[in-house]
Design a protein around this ligand. Sequence first.
Ligand code: RIB
Length: 303
Amino acid sequence: MSGKVLVVGSLNMDLVVKTARHPKIGETILGGRFATFPGGKGANQAVAAARLGATVKMIGRVGKDAFGDELLNNAKKDGIDTSQVKFDDQEATGIALITVDEEGRNTIVVASGANFGLTSQDVHEASDSFNAADVLVTQLENPMESIEASINLAAKNGMRVVLNPAPAQQLDGNLLSKIDFLIPNEHEVLQVVGATDLESAIDQLFELGVKNLIITMGEKGVMAITSTNRLHVPAYHVKAIDTVAAGDAFVGAFSAGLAEGMSTETAIRFGNAAAAISVTRPGAQPSLPTRREVDLFIAKNQN
Ligand code: RIB
């Protein structure tokens, strides 16, 4: 049974250079191949969920330019409903400058462009989309007013709310209290509440009303925490060549699993499998696996 996922988020064109190592401040180094890949945390999570069988709609903004057209066409090829992705008159499509080193580790700088033109009015104009979906997925690559409007509409419509707080910033309790699944990595979880250690970040998040906290820790796996329970789900071991969008693969797959009716634990294993496959391939959206690939991977790698 396919679940319905609504993604409010960013669309970027990723400009990627492979390098032997990352440059130091003030240093110029010669890199390897240059490539462009469709990316943006919102679009990556939408594509991840769609390839795994979810019915996906996206709300966002691109510029009136070649990158914007290409990103929309790519999303449509994956069956995503892009009728609520608007063309921005003022700003260019968002881009991300990315370097990926020999161990697959990355650095990313985003020029948000049109993503930062998304308004609460855009979200309200798409309000019908909120009572038509099971799960809202959003991140922090758009203005806070659009994210807050989405979370409020989702809560009002009884949707489950998944927030991937990336790039991280401090969030207020009013917003956090409406989140069903907060999915940060181990650095972002500290930044969201301005904490210096993990245990006090966890305590503060539950005091502020977060219902489930799912901390992604790369090759160390995932920690799922509720107010009464903790569960560690190990990662699958693979040879990583490019970790760009691994977190997005997890969030998109987890949300698709949730919308489809999986338990939290099963959705985490599903997310871990999607992320593991994604790091073995280059690029953001091209690295995201299909349902068949994930099901086969899980069957072969029972852990
Ligand atoms: O999470 C990876 C994504 O972050 C990239 O695709 C890039 O566009 C940035 O949004």
